[in-house]
Design a binder for this molecule. Structure first.
Ligand code: ADP
Ligand code: MG
Length: 581
């Protein structure tokens, strides 16, 4: 029989390191968290060979006394909690007291630290978790921790490290997270001697976003701010016109800790519902503050994931905070024109006295345009007085190119895409019907016939019940024909067969997606189809009616794909264009 033995401390630490320290970025995370907990206002992370050879984190925080420095390397030694009760009230990033012990177990480790009150500091050198030397050392206030040859004694772990580029990516992600949530701390990351990230610590979140993602991103953001009993949220999200192909630029923080959490993901997704193309994701930096009692940060060894006690409440809170911003923010893009060089243009113009004789102005109106002018003058402009904040107050002036509505707004000129107005209205009406499984249908007097290819036939058979939910009664008729007996009534007169063909392709394309995103794709497509294309003449009353319908929509600034409905040219811009300023 084998005999049970108690494992030695350094082996326990090595095993624990396997859980917490996966890669250089995990070390960076733990060390940066410690620096933040120590109240640092400057944190520098220096790496060589993507952190495989060296990671050095220097801070100007509280530092440690000699006694504390020695204890800090002992497993389960922490200054951050004292009793089990403290676990429910955690405001620091660390509390498990095992990071330093774990990191030291799998590296050559040098800790140098000094508290302000002391004249000199201390240095402790460890190798594989075993202390080699401890001595006084001259150093500045704060703490520097150096990790050389990470995983030197765990070759398997070392072998699984990814390319330098990928490991650096992980490190930068970590630093980015902490920089975003700590705008008052100046972060600097130096890779093989080059500064790759630097924030100024001035306390301005947008400044940090600009430092990390560039000024252009900042222009696309709108602020979020909301409070309710026990929660608050602040930060920025992107306008729907600015989106990314993945969620890597969505940052959530709960009480200062970067987290992944399905509830927050879902709330965000739902808030942008129908404003973005499928598989596009907004940019977000959202900082959530909640009572520590309702969030469990102790469900994951690296504390990346958290669990909320009242997840439905949090979901609704975040959803509304973001959705409200998207609905209320003035999301109308303002068109800016690169004005011509005013002086150059002026000098090329004829002098004002010669203007009146210029042939340009002598050309008589032809009679048709004169008639058009007359009718424009006599049909009074219609006022669209909106009660909400979505559709701006405007005076409708008319239609251009049978494609756009033109209106005067308080501070300029509005151009409205009629197709997109209708698309938005149809989309929302239809979505409401679909979600309450109450799609209104109209029977076709004469069923439309759809001739399908064998592949299309297979798809239609497969999705027959889906077609039904969308309001299409389709039945098989012979080998490669289908009869369409009803269509959703929202669409009025449509070429039923064309729409069905469209849907078949949509089903085909979205085959691998969830039913919800499929429905979304299909409805977006149908709304687009049902809306007039360019080329339909609208009377002023009709235009007005459509704008009233738009006002009733939840999101009135974008088509379901995220294209803008309104574009504004401000009076200022017009003045500039006419060289009045
Ligand atoms: P935890 O952060 O969970 O307490 P760690 O192993 O990361 O555990 O750190 C152990 C202790 O060492 C901390 O509680 C803290 O008192 C001290 N410590 C670690 N890093 C620093 C630092 N950069 N500045 C000051 N104290 C530190
Ligand atoms: Mg820690």
């Amino acid at each position: 029989m084998t005999k049970i033995i108690q494992l030695p401390e350094d082996l326990i630490n090595k095993i624990a390191a396997g859980e917490v320290i996966e890669r250089p970025a995990s070390v960076v995370k733990e060390l940066v968290e410690n620096s933040i907990d120590a109240g640092a206002t400057f944190i520098e992370v220096e790496i060589k060979n993507a952190g495989k050879h060296l990671i050095r984190v220097t801070d100007n925080g509280l530092g440690m006394s000699f006694e504390d420095a020695k204890l800090s390397l002992v497993r389960h030694a922490t200054s951050k909690i004292r009793t089990a009760d403290d676990l429910h009230n955690i405001r620091t990033l660390g509390f498990r007291g095992e990071a330093l012990a774990s990191i030291a177990a799998v590296s050559h480790f040098v800790l140098t630290t000094k508290v302000r009150e002391s004249l000199s500091g201390f240095r402790i050198v460890c190798s594989g978790g075993v202390v080699q030397t401890e001595q006084e050392a001259g150093t500045s206030d704060g703490t520097t921790i150096e990790i050389h040859d990470l995983f030197f004694n765990t070759p398997v772990r070392k072998k699984f490290l990814k390319s330098d580029a990928s490991e650096i990516g992980h490190i930068v992600d970590i630093i980015t997270h902490y920089a975003l949530v700590n705008p008052k701390i100046s972060f600097r990351c130096v890779n093989d001697g080059n500064a790759i990230l630097q924030t100024d610590g001035q306390g301005d979140l947008l400044g940090v976003v600009a430092a990390v993602y560039g000024r252009n991103v900042v222009k696309e953001l709108v602020p979020v701010h909301a409070e309710s009993d026990g929660f608050s949220i602040s930060g920025f999200v992107s306008k729907p016109t600015f989106s990314r192909g993945d969620k890597s630029q969505q940052h959530f923080f709960v009480n200062g800790r970067a987290v992944k959490n399905a509830v927050l993901d879902a709330a965000m997704h739902e808030a942008y519902h129908s404003t973005l193309f499928i598989h596009r994701h907004p940019f977000a930096v959202l900082l959530l503050d909640v009572e520590p009692q309702i969030v469990d940060v102790n469900i994951h060894p690296t504390k990346k994931e958290v669990k909320f006690e009242k997840s439905d409440v949090i979901y609704r809170f975040v959803y509304h905070a973001v959705r409200d911003v998207l609905q209320n923010e003035n999301l109308i893009p303002v068109q800016s024109f690169q004005g011509p060089d005013a002086s150059a243009l002026r000098s090329s113009l004829p002098s004002s006295s010669s203007l009146s004789s210029s042939s340009l102005f002598q050309k008589p109106f032809d009679t048709t345009s004169q008639a058009a002018l007359q009718s424009a003058v006599h049909s009074p402009a219609l006022e669209v007085r909106s009660h909400g904040e979505k559709v701006p107050q405007m005076k409708l002036l008319g239609q251009v190119q049978k494609t756009f509505f033109i209106a005067e707004a308080e501070d300029g000129l509005l151009i409205i895409d009629q197709h997109i107005v209708q698309e938005r209205v149809f989309y929302e009406r239809f979505m409401t019907q679909y979600l309450s499984t109450a799609v209104k249908t109209q029977a076709l007097l004469e069923p439309a016939v759809f001739d399908s290819s064998p592949a299309e036939a297979a798809l239609i058979r497969h999705y027959l019940s889906e077609f039904e939910k969308f309001g299409f009664a389709v039945e098989e008729f012979g080998t490669s024909h289908f009869l369409i007996r009803s269509v959703p009534s929202i669409f009025g007169k449509v070429q039923a067969a064309d729409v069905v063909r469209d849907l078949v392709h949509q089903f085909e394309e979205s085959k691998r997606n969830s039913v919800v995103s499929l429905a979304e794709a299909v409805i977006t497509r149908m709304a687009c189809r049902a809306s007039v294309k360019a080329g339909d003449t609208f009377s002023n009353q009709e235009m007005q009616q459509w704008l009233y319908e738009l006002e009733k929509c939840t999101l009135a600034y974008h088509c379901p794909h995220g294209r803008p409905i309104f574009i504004k040219i401000t009076a200022d811009e017009l003045e500039k264009m006419f060289l009045r300023v």
